[in-house]
Design a protein around this ligand. Sequence first.
Ligand code: HEM
Ligand code: HEM
Length: 183
Amino acid sequence: MTTSINGYRAPARILHWVVALMVIALLPIGSIMTQQGLARGTQDLLFILHKNGGVIVLVLMVLRLGWRLAVPPAPMPPSVPEWQEKASAWMHKALYFMLFFMTLTGYIRVRAGGFPIEMLDAMGLPPLVPRNETLAGLAKSAHFYGRFVLLALILVHVAAALQHALIKKDEVFGRIWPMIPRG
Ligand code: HEM
Ligand code: HEM
């Protein structure tokens, strides 16, 4: 029965955890692949994983935003004060924004720089962004600094979620976990 589900429906839960795991991997892969002194083969592999993984996150985020707008989650439990509900709504909007910001600046940085995105190239998709070194440089800086904002948001978000799961032990964590809701 759909009405007995607490919080998010299965598609939103699955998308949350798949995107979360991918982003938790993309952040360190991005930082490692740009270090000096890496073996060429390792660096190439990390770039391929990062660029193509990042594009998959972008596609998943488009699906996720569409689902979110079409099927809003059930309301928060009444134990959550109004200010916390508002704060979490803003936090979630900021996370959505930064996930689009990071994927789009990454895409623009690569395409404006004239580099491949192997998966999209194999599908025959056009670059969509013209070659332009100034644009590539701007996108590179935005991507570089944006990761600190995204990381800070994730740390606050995970701390708040764990506080609900481990200290308050209320129903908030159960709104998103398990992946497939019971009931
Ligand atoms: C261990 C890690 C994580 C935990 C425990 C966790 C927990 C949660 C919980 C409990 C909610 C539901 C909040 C509510 O009741 O409305 C939620 C929503 C959300 N989380 Fe996470 N999360 C984690 C990692 C992440 C990461 C890494 C990201 C970003 C990549 C993220 C992005 C989001 C977003 C955008 C929402 C809002 C979903 C929506 O309203 O559509 N989470 N998370
Ligand atoms: C949520 C998704 C993403 C996250 C969290 C992320 C994170 C990062 C991080 C932390 C770095 C290292 C920053 C630096 O040292 O410059 C980086 C670099 C990079 N990312 Fe991403 N990224 C994402 C998506 C993408 C996408 C979709 C692409 C391309 C299609 C991409 C392409 C690149 C490139 C080319 C670099 C190297 C920049 C340079 O030094 O020229 N990223 N990314």
